[in-house]
Design a protein around this ligand. Structure first.
Ligand code: AMP
Length: 622
C-alpha cells in the first residue's frame, strides 16, 4: 500500500461515480488511481506506466466519465486498445462506473463483428468509443465515425499495440482527432517508438510510474497457481481441503467479494468470516479475536482491512485476487510467517495478470514457484480421513446406548447387515454433497490442451477456447520475450527465421498472404489475435515468404475458429489458413515460393499493410 491513502471522495469525483464505486465495493483508490485521477480530472495529458491489474482502467475511465457532457450523444471519449477482448473489458468497466449516469452510451468497436450492429448503435449516438485500431480506421474511412467532438483520447496498453503492428494506425487515428483533445497514454513499458508518439502527440504530459519498493519476505514459501480450467473458488476449496493449514487469510479486492467468498466458503463447510473497510473497529477486532482463538480458520479480507493484522496462527496467505502492486503483495504475505514461524503464500494469477507476477518477482527478487493444485485423489484421501475422524469422535461420545438399541432393533426387523445400516446412516450424514470428487482426467501425453497449460498463461486470453484441466502448474516455457522472432518485444519479427518444426504444443499453418502483398508479421499477429480471440502471445513464430507465410499456432484449434480464420483478410488477401505440409524445398532450408503461387487475385484488393481484419472494401447493405 502506498503511504498516502486518499479516498475517492477527496478526489472530488461527481456523486454518481462515487455511488457506483460504492456499489462495486472499491474501498480506496489504487496507487495508479491516486496518481492519475487528479491530473486527468484537471484536463492534463498523461503518460501512465502501469500493468494490467493495477486498476488502470478506472484510472482513466473515472476522470473521462467525470468530464463527459451527457447531453451530447457524439463520441467525446475514445479508448484505443490492442485487442477486442480488452475493448470489451474496458467498455464493461465504463458501463459499471456509469451505472448512475442515465442515458450514458458506450460502444466497443472491434474486428470480427458484423458492421450492422455497430452502425446501428452509432446512428443512435454514443458518448464513448472503445476500439481496436484497424476496425476504427475502417469506420473512419467509411465516414461512419466522426471524431470532431472528441475531448479525450486514451491509448491503453500502447506497447502491446506497437507489438501487434498497430503503430501506424494509432498515429493515423491521432491525426484525425481534434488538436485540443486531452490524451492519456498507458503502457507497461515505454519503448522508443511509444516515447516518440508521446513526444509528438501529448502536450506537457504528467508522468506517472507505479514503482515498486523492493523488499523480500524471508521464511515465507511463495507459490503461484495459473488460473485456468477450474474456477478460483474450486481451486481454493481443493487447497483448503488437501493442504494442512492452521489459519488462512484470503485476499480479495472488494468489500463485496469478501462477503460473497466468506459466505460461499461457509456454505462449503469452512469456518470463514469476512473483514473489510466497512466493518466498525470493534467488529473487526472481534472477528480477528475469533481467528486467534480458532473459532474461525479463514479470514477473507481486503488490503485495507488486513492492515497491521498480526495473528501468529496464520500459516497461509492466499491471494485470491492478485494485488495491484508489489508493495501490497509484500504486505499481504507478511501476515504469515509471524513470530519467527514459517509461512505459506499462494497467489492466483490469471493469464492477463502475468506481467504483475513478473513485476512481483522482479521487485521481491524471488521466483515464485508454480504449484499444482491438489489432485482429486489427494482431496478424496483427506475427505475419507476426516469422515473417519468424525466416526471416531462420535464413537467416543457417551450417549450412544439408545442408538445401539435402535440399530439392533432395525437389524432384527429388516434382516439387514449392520454395515449396510451404517452406510445408510453415513449417507444421511453426508447429505446431498458428494462424498468424493470425480477423478481427474489422466494426463495425456501430447495432449495439446495439457501442453497449453504447461506453457502457462497467455496461451489463450479467450476462455472460450481455454477449457483445459485444472492445474496449469508450471512456469511458462514459452516466455513472451524469448519465443523467437514472433514475440521479440518491440522488435518486429522477421520472416524466414523459423525452425524446421514448431515448438511442442504448436502446429504450423500456411496462410495465403506474403511479402509481395506487403504483409508484415505484426499485421498477421494483429489480425489473428483479434479475429480468433487469441492472445497475441499464443501466436508462435511467423515466417514470411514471397507469396505466402507460415505461422505457428496452438495445435488443434477449434474448427469454428479455423473456419473463421480462413475467411479473414490481411493486406488484401484472404488468409485461407490450412495446416502446412512441409515440402522438400522447405526442409532444405525454407526457400521461397513453397507450393507456387496458387492464389487468385482477391476481389477488392486493398492497399498493403493493414493491421487488422481486412474485409473486401464493400459497403454493408444496412
Ligand atoms: P485493471 O488494472 O484496470 O484491469 O483492474 C484490475 C481489477 O482491479 C479489476 O477487476 C477492477 O475491478 C479492480 N479494481 C480497480 N480499481 C480498484 C479499487 N480501487 N479497489 C478495488 N478493486 C479495484
Amino acid at each position: 500500500m502506498s503511504a498516502t491513502v486518499s479516498s475517492f471522495t477527496d478526489m472530488q469525483l461527481p456523486e454518481p461515480l462515487l455511488k457506483a464505486l460504492a456499489d462495486v465495493g472499491y474501498e480506496t483508490p489504487s496507487p495508479i488511481q491516486q496518481a492519475t485521477i487528479p491530473p486527468l480530472l484537471a484536463g492534463r495529458d498523461l503518460i501512465g506506466q502501469a500493468q494490467t491489474g493495477t486498476g488502470k482502467t478506472a484510472a482513466f475511465a473515472l476522470p473521462a466519465l467525470a468530464r463527459l457532457d451527457l447531453s451530447q450523444a457524439r463520441p467525446q471519449v475514445l479508448v484505443l486498445t490492442p485487442t477486442r477482448e480488452l475493448a470489451i473489458q474496458v467498455a464493461e468497466a465504463f458501463q459499471r462506473y456509469a451505472t448512475h449516469m442515465p442515458g450514458f452510451r458506450i460502444l466497443p468497436i472491434y474486428g470480427g463483428q458484423g458492421y450492422g450492429p455497430q452502425l446501428a448503435a452509432l446512428r443512435r449516438g454514443v458518448h464513448v468509443l472503445v476500439a481496436t485500431p484497424g476496425r476504427l480506421i475502417d469506420h473512419l474511412d467509411r465516414g461512419s465515425i466522426k471524431l470532431d467532438a472528441l475531448t479525450t483520447m486514451v491509448l491503453d496498453e500502447a506497447d502491446e499495440m506497437l507489438r501487434m503492428g498497430f503503430v501506424d494506425d494509432v498515429e493515423k487515428i491521432l491525426e484525425m482527432t481534434p488538436a485540443g483533445r486531452q490524451t492519456a497514454l498507458f503502457s507497461a513499458t515505454i519503448p522508443p517508438q511509444i516515447r516518440r508518439i508521446a513526444d509528438r502527440h501529448l502536450r506537457d504530459p504528467a508522468t506517472v510510474t507505479i514503482t515498486s519498493r523492493t523488499s523480500t519476505a524471508t521464511g515465507i514459501n511463495q507459490r503461484c497457481w495459473w488460473v485456468g480450467g477450474m474456477h478460483k473458488l474450486d481451486a481454493l476449496t481443493r487447497i483448503l481441503e488437501a493442504e494442512p493449514f492452521d489459519a488462512m487469510i484470503v485476499f480479495v479486492r472488494t468489500k463485496q467479494a469478501t462477503e460473497e467468498l466468506a459466505e460461499r466458503l461457509e456454505a462449503r463447510g469452512f469456518a470463514a468470516a469476512a473483514i473489510n473497510g466497512d466493518l466498525a473497529q470493534v467488529q473487526r477486532e472481534r472477528t480477528i479475536e475469533r481467528l486467534r482463538q480458532g473459532q474461525i480458520d479463514i479470514l477473507v479480507a481486503t488490503d485495507v482491512a488486513a492492515r497491521g493484522l498480526d495473528v501468529e496462527r496464520i500459516s497461509h496467505v492466499l491471494n485470491y485476487d492478485i494485488p495491484y502492486d508489489t508493495e501490497s503483495y509484500v504486505h499481504r504475505i507478511g501476515r504469515t510467517g509471524r513470530a519467527g514461524r514459517s509461512g505459506e503464500a499462494i497467489l492466483f494469477v490469471t493469464p492477463r495478470e502475468r506481467n504483475l507476477l513478473r513485476a512481483i518477482e522482479r521487485a521481491t527478487g524471488q521466483v515464485i514457484q508454480m504449484m499444482t493444485l491438489p489432485s482429486a485423489q489427494a482431496v478424496n484421501e483427506q475427505r475419507l480421513v476426516r469422515f473417519k475422524q468424525r466416526i471416531s469422535q462420535a464413537l467416543e461420545s457417551e450417549d450412544l446406548n439408545p442408538f445401539v438399541s435402535l440399530i439392533e432393533e432395525y437389524e432384527r426387523e429388516h434382516d439387514i447387515a449392520p454395515r449396510m445400516i451404517a452406510a445408510a446412516l453415513a449417507r444421511l450424514v453426508q447429505g446431498d454433497a458428494p462424498l468424493l470428487l470425480a477423478p481427474d482426467p489422466p494426463p495425456a501425453r501430447n495432449n495439446p490442451r495439457e501442453n497449453r497449460e504447461r506453457a502457462g498463461p497467455g496461451r489463450f486470453a479467450n476462455e472460450r477456447f481455454d477449457a483445459g484441466r485444472d492445474g496449469a502448474s508450471r512456469k511458462p516455457r514459452f516466455d513472451r520475450d524469448s519465443r523467437g522472432p514472433a514475440r521479440s518485444g518491440t522488435r518486429p519479427p522477421r520472416g524466414g527465421e523459423m525452425d524446421a518444426t514448431p515448438e511442442p504444443g504448436f502446429a504450423r499453418y500456411r496462410i495465403e498472404v506474403g511479402r509481395s502483398d506487403g504483409v508484415r508479421p505484426g499485421n498477421i499477429v494483429g489480425a489473428i489475435a483479434n479475429e480468433a480471440g487469441l492472445d497475441s502471445s499464443a501466436i508462435g513464430r511467423i515466417g514470411i515468404r514471397e507469396n505466402y507465410s507460415l505461422v505457428d499456432l496452438p495445435e488443434n484449434l477449434p474448427a469454428p475458429m479455423m473456419a473463421h480464420l480462413r475467411n479473414v483478410w490481411v493486406s488484401g488477401q484472404r488468409l485461407k489458413i490450412r495446416p502446412f505440409v512441409p515440402d522438400a524445398e522447405w526442409q532444405r532450408g525454407g526457400s521461397e515460393g513453397g507450393k507456387g503461387d496458387e492464389r487468385k487475385q482477391a476481389p477488392g484488393r486493398s492497399p498493403a499493410g493493414r493491421r487488422e481484419l481486412r474485409k473486401p472494401p464493400r459497403r454493408p447493405r444496412d
